[in-house]
Ligand binder design. Structure first.
Ligand SMILES: [Zn+2]
Length: 103
């Protein structure tokens, strides 16, 4: 997710949370659950923002591990590969498979 869409997610979640929190009635039951859910989404979005460019930049695994080989000059990753360790491992397995299943 891009930073901008993270901000939108954060704003939407906070709006939902404050709508519920500022209701006349004390939130209970489903309302209270929706409040927790909205705050959780806000927290997730805020965390992605604070991670900034250190994140994987991966759509599927934005909070995943970063490939330690990324940025390694001695053993560079093939062009087009991202920082996401999960996706790169998948690519490694796939290319190994294409190479005749060695190893
Ligand atoms: Zn990934």
């Amino acid at each position: 997710m891009s930073q901008r869409s993270e901000v939108r997610e954060l704003q939407a979640a906070l709006r939902t949370a404050s709508d519920i929190a500022f209701e006349e009635d004390v939130p209970a039951g489903a309302q209270a659950e929706a409040l927790v859910d909205a705050l959780r989404r806000a927290l997730g979005a805020a965390q992605s923002l604070s991670d900034g460019p250190v994140g994987t930049g991966c759509r599927e695994h934005p909070r995943g591990a970063i490939d330690p080989l990324h940025g390694d000059k001695d053993d560079p990753l093939p062009p087009g590969w991202g920082r996401c360790l999960l996706c790169n491992d998948r690519r490694r397995r796939a290319s190994r498979g294409l190479a005749g299943g060695r190893r």
